[in-house]
Design a protein around this ligand. Structure first.
Ligand SMILES: [Mg+2]
Length: 245
C-alpha cells in the first residue's frame, strides 16, 4: 500500500477548461456592454459565434506557443486580434492584454470541484495517507485555486508543491523525488494527474505509481504503463473504495 498520495491540480481536481471558457465568455459580454455604453457602432456578434472563432484561433496558434515560437503574450494577442478582425470588431494589442488580464481574474470564480472530490479526500484522510498536490504554475494563482476548492481541510500547506516556488517543474523526476523525500520508498508513492507527458511520465520515471485521470480524453503518447486510467475523478474514488474495503 502507498504512504503518499499526491494529485495534480488543474483538470484533475476541477475542470480548468470549464472555468476558462466561462471566464472568457463573461469578459466578451462585458466588452460588448462597454461598447454599447460608449455608443460605439460595432457589428452585433452573438457570444457563441464569437467564442467558436476565439477557440479556433486559440487552437491555430497553440502549437507555436507550445514550441516556444511565440511568447505567451503574443499567443494571447494573436488569438484575440484574429478573432476581432474576423468579425470586424475594434481591437488593439493593449486591449488584447487587458481582455486576458480581466478573463484570468475571473477564472477563479468558476473553479468548482469535480464530483467525488470531497468523499475521495475524506476517505483517504480517514485511512491516514499523506495527501498533497504537485502542480506547475504561478504560486499565488495555484494557491488561490486550492483555497477556492477548500483543500486545506485535507491537505496541509507544506504538502502543496508548486513549480514556481520549488524551482523544478513536472515532468522532471527530480521534482517527484524531492516531494517523496527519503523516508518513503518510490513504489509507496502514488500520483494522479490528467496530463500524460507531465503527470504520468514524470511520476513513472521517478519510480512512483501513477494513475492517468484522462479528463480531456487524450491519447497516450508513449508506452509507459500507469496503474490505471479513468476519465472521471469519481471513478478513481470508486476504485479506491474497492481497494480499501
Ligand atoms: Mg492538469
Amino acid at each position: 500500500m502507498w504512504q503518499k498520495i499526491y494529485f495534480d491540480l488543474d483538470n484533475t481536481l476541477f475542470s480548468y477548461e470549464y472555468a476558462f471558457q466561462h471566464a472568457i465568455r463573461d469578459t466578451y459580454l462585458e466588452l460588448v456592454d462597454h461598447w454599447k455604453e460608449a455608443h460605439l457602432s460595432v457589428p452585433d456578434v452573438p457570444l457563441d459565434d464569437w467564442f467558436e472563432v476565439f477557440k479556433y484561433f486559440s487552437d491555430v496558434y497553440w502549437e507555436d506557443y507550445q514550441n516556444k515560437h511565440i511568447s505567451q503574450r503574443d499567443y494571447r494577442r494573436k488569438r484575440y486580434m484574429e478573432t476581432m478582425r474576423h468579425f470586424h470588431l475594434p481591437c488593439t494589442p493593449e486591449e488584447a492584454d487587458q481582455f486576458h488580464a480581466s478573463a484570468y481574474d475571473r477564472v477563479l470564480g468558476y473553479v468548482q470541484p469535480f464530483p467525488g472530490l470531497y468523499p475521495l479526500l475524506q476517505l483517504l484522510a480517514d485511512h491516514r495517507f499523506e495527501l498533497g498536490i504537485i502542480t506547475n504554475g504561478h504560486a499565488h494563482i495555484q494557491r488561490k485555486k486550492c483555497l477556492k476548492l477548500g483543500l486545506e481541510r485535507y491537505i496541509p500547506d507544506q504538502h502543496i508543491y508548486i513549480s514556481e516556488e520549488i524551482g523544478l517543474a513536472k515532468p522532471d523526476p527530480a521534482f517527484f523525488k524531492l516531494v517523496r523525500g527519503t523516508c518513503c520508498p518510490a513504489e509507496a508513492a502514488l500520483f494522479i494527474g490528467d496530463t500524460w507527458e507531465h503527470d504520468v511520465i514524470g511520476a513513472l520515471e521517478a519510480g512512483w505509481q501513477a494513475v492517468y485521470l484522462n479528463t480531456q480524453n487524450r491519447p497516450r503518447t508513449t508506452s509507459h504503463q500507469p496503474l490505471a486510467e479513468f476519465q472521471h475523478l469519481y471513478q478513481f474514488y470508486q476504485f479506491i473504495q474497492e481497494l480499501l474495503r
